[in-house]
Design a binder for this molecule. Structure first.
Ligand code: DSN
Length: 428
């Protein structure tokens, strides 16, 4: 058992497995669905790069009585009575977020990463203003100006991509587009970019055109706080993140800055601009996650996440698979099926049938639709939390290869292999 795994804990003489709490629910109908999902999480190899398994403390806080409390406003300035304890909860979460990310201001109320980004847009922009973000096929996120998102509909959105052969961000294109369109906000960050982002270069360009720089570090925040990826401060004016990906906290978002004036605008944008009552149970869980992420064990965990990603990428490459950018510097990799008969959608479904969970994903210059896609994104945060090690990546790569190389073949042996791996690293 590795030191960053969750372990069953004794409490009042009873061993508690945090992932079995549904056993005592009275609503047996709903409990049966939660039980089924618990079993799915236990029995499948979870390779979705944005998912993870939280600790017992985080699960308990997220399921606590704090869910009962309304607390519109901010600590010390609420619109409801009885907030003296939730004020302490939120203040502690804020202080821990500031300390973890080394910044002066933190808003821990956004219900999600998308809402954290929307808060920045509301704080800094007017409808029709220009934004410059990464296109989705290059790895960008919906809220970075995709045409189908509010951010693409209400703002004048221009997208940069990656170099067609290296698949690295094309900084010349970023500079050219910034000079041509003079956006008010530039966004650096991605959902499926396997390489290091250069925040300083983005800031230099933002300064050249007088733009704000937003770093959306949702995917890599766990790497950033442990020194496994360069830090967005002092380059970004504002940083947003989710709290549930590599950071391994509850589902939610945060907004961070060092600028007092921006902090005030962001607070007003989150509440009352976008949201009503904050989710105090989730804020407590976020606070616990910030504390956990500041430990040596977490740092070792993130190191293992990256080692596993590199090992999985190299095992798949050795088996002949093309990867976007040829590999990875972080926690994720994207298999590239461009030019083959296999689509991301078919690959995802095929792997699901042998209990390997992934998601189809666009690749640079993808010729297929967003529904089909030519890529498959794989990530190692969740399996590493369970304890999977570098030596297991070869086995996972072989399982993927056997399934994708024989789509109509029998699945029983593969399911058995996956079952054995999952039993070796139980989810507690
Ligand atoms: N949907 C998230 C992901 O899977 O990366 C991004 O918000």
């Amino acid at each position: 058992m590795t030191q960053w795994q969750n372990t069953p804990q004794e409490h009042n003489g009873v061993m508690h497995n945090a992932y079995q709490t549904h056993h005592t629910m009275i609503d047996t109908h709903m409990a049966q669905y939660i039980a089924a999902e618990t079993k799915r999480q236990q029995d499948h190899i979870e390779l979705i790069a944005s998912e993870n398994f939280v600790s017992r403390d985080i699960l308990m806080a997220a399921g606590s009585i704090l869910t009962n409390k309304y607390a519109e406003g901010y600590p010390g300035k609420r619109y409801y009575g009885g907030c003296e304890h939730v004020d302490q909860v939120e203040q502690l979460a804020i202080e821990r977020a500031k300390s973890l990310f080394g910044c002066a201001f933190a808003n821990v109320q956004p219900h999600s990463g998308s809402q954290a980004n929307q808060a920045v847009f509301l704080a800094l922009l007017k409808p029709g203003d220009g934004i410059l973000g990464m296109s989705m096929d290059a790895g960008g996120h919906l809220t970075h100006g995709a045409p189908v998102s509010l951010t693409g509909k209400w703002f004048n959105s221009v997208s940069y991509g990656v170099n067609p052969s290296s698949h690295r961000v094309d900084m010349d294109q970023v500079r050219d587009l910034a000079k041509k369109h003079r956006p008010k906000l530039m966004i650096v960050g991605a959902s499926s970019y396997p390489r290091v982002l250069n925040f300083k270069e983005f800031r230099d360009i933002a300064d050249e055109v007088g733009a704000f720089l937003l770093a959306d570090v949702a995917h890599i925040s766990g790497l950033i706080v442990t020194g496994h990826h360069p830090h967005p401060f002092p380059y970004a004016h504002v940083v947003t993140s989710t709290t549930h990906k590599t950071l391994r906290g509850p589902r939610g978002g945060i907004v961070l800055t060092n600028d007092e004036d921006l902090a005030k605008k962001i607070n007003t944008a989150v509440f009352p601009g976008l949201q009503g009552g904050p989710l105090m149970h989730v804020i407590a869980a976020k606070g616990i996650a910030f504390q956990e992420a500041s430990t040596q064990a977490f740092s070792k965990y993130i190191g293992a996440v990256c080692d596993n990603a590199v090992a999985l990428a190299s095992a798949l490459s050795d088996l002949g698979y093309a990867l976007v950018s040829g590999g990875t510097d972080n926690h994720l990799l994207v298999m590239d099926f461009s030019g083959s008969d296999l689509s991301g959608q078919t690959a995802q479904h095929a792997l699901e049938s042998v209990r390997i969970t992934t998601n189809k994903n666009g690749v640079p210059s993808d010729q297929r639709s967003y529904v089909q896609t030519s890529g498959l994104r794989l990530g190692t945060p969740a399996i590493t939390t369970r304890g999977f090690m570098v030596s297991d990546m070869e086995i996972i790569a072989q399982c993927i290869h056997q399934r994708l190389g024989n789509l109509d073949g029998p699945v029983d042996d593969l399911v058995k292999q996956v079952e054995q791996l999952c039993q070796k690293y139980p989810l507690n």
